[in-house]
Design a protein around this ligand. Structure first.
Ligand SMILES: *Cc1c(COP(=O)(O)O)cnc(C)c1O
Length: 332
């Protein structure tokens, strides 16, 4: 993960490189992720909401910023005012609420074409933020993972905002935006998925390394006779006698049914195809010709994110954020 962060930082030139650690650090554990990135020199972190921020509050030391992307709802105010984290104000209502409470340092999100959160770039953003102490003015790219004109359009709109709206820093790029070149970096980038091994664009292929390596344990090894079927709804019929291993991994762990008959697991350098449907807590793989695979053995799950996304029909983001609470998250 730290090698990925360093590569992403280099792509941004002189810009600071922050980290999106929302959704429990994309499923890896936000505390563990933040501690490691802090040690590597990362100083700017982003979560979605105040519950996520509260869990990280003890890690917000001197010179460290934790920004809350959803801003402040009425029911967040007590927590937000007491916290060292700061809101990314997204609406005029949030700005009024923050000013009224004398909230102090904040970030502001401007929408430059995604039509998700943020003040409309066409509005008088400078007037809207008057009276705020803005640490970072942010916008977010909608389609940086594709080659479409919208990214350049958003870049131009954001560049104009930089000239018109006063803030200490300006920030536009997520992981894919970083791959579009240093022109997109401004003062700070905010990668998420690529930190955790996601490959957002071909520029990052071979540069970003896999971070998450799920493993599952063999509960039973069994022989399946020619003509017999495997699993729910009998979707796999054995053409010949075969051997399978049933492992303790299923869709309740985030190994969703898109891997049924398509995913694979590994032992050594051998890839074992998933056979039949993934069930809630169990999945079968073909271990024919591999007598060494036995009850109690651990198998690697093939989970290189770009490839696993293609196999399963899930996005690289879903593959990470879906990983369930039953995994032990072991850092090596
Ligand atoms: C999630 C998020 C990011 C990180 O995006 P990735 O595509 O995971 O790199 C950056 N900025 C904002 C506003 C986000 O919501």
């Amino acid at each position: 993960m730290l090698a990925n962060w360093r590569w992403l930082k280099r792509q941004g030139g002189a810009a600071a490189c922050g980290a999106a650690i929302k959704a429990n650090g994309y499923g890896l554990g936000s505390g563990e992720v933040m501690r490691r990135l802090l040690a590597a020199g990362c100083r700017d972190f982003f979560v979605s909401n105040w519950a996520e921020a509260m869990a990280l509050e003890p890690l917000i030391g001197e010179g460290v910023s934790l920004s809350v992307l959803h801003g402040v709802r009425e029911e967040d105010m007590a927590v937000a005012l007491a916290s060292r984290a700061r809101p990314v104000l997204c609406t005029e209502g949030q700005i009024a609420r923050w000013k009224e409470a004398g909230g102090g340092l904040c970030d502001v999100m401007v929408d430059t074409g995604m039509n998700r959160l943020g003040l409309d770039w066409r509005g008088d953003v400078s007037a809207q933020v008057a009276g705020l102490e803005v640490a970072t003015l942010l916008s977010h790219l909608a389609s940086a993972d594709e080659d479409v004109p919208l990214s350049q359009v958003q870049l131009e709109r954001f560049s104009a905002l930089r000239g018109a709206v006063r803030a200490a820093r300006y920030s536009l790029s997520n992981s894919a935006g970083i791959c579009l070149g240093a022109a997109y970096a401004f003062d700070m980038t905010r990668p998420g998925i690529a930190l955790y091994g996601g490959v957002p664009r071909t520029e990052a292929a071979g540069r970003i390394g896999q971070v998450v390596f799920p493993e599952a344990q063999v509960l039973q090894r069994r022989r399946v006779r020619a003509g017999d079927t495997i699993g729910y709804n009998a979707t796999h019929r054995a053409a010949a006698d075969m051997e399978i291993a049933v492992v303790n991994l299923g869709y309740a762990d985030g190994y969703l049914r898109g891997f049924s008959g398509r995913g694979s697991m590994t032992v050594g350098d051998r890839h074992l195809p998933v056979v039949g449907r993934v069930s809630m807590d169990l999945t079968a793989v073909d271990v024919s010709g591999l007598p060494e695979v036995a009850e109690g053995d651990w198998l690697g799950v093939d989970y290189a994110l770009a490839e696993a996304a293609a196999v399963s029909g899930l996005s690289q983001y879903e593959l990470l954020t879906g990983l369930g609470a039953r995994f032990d998250r072991i850092w090596r």
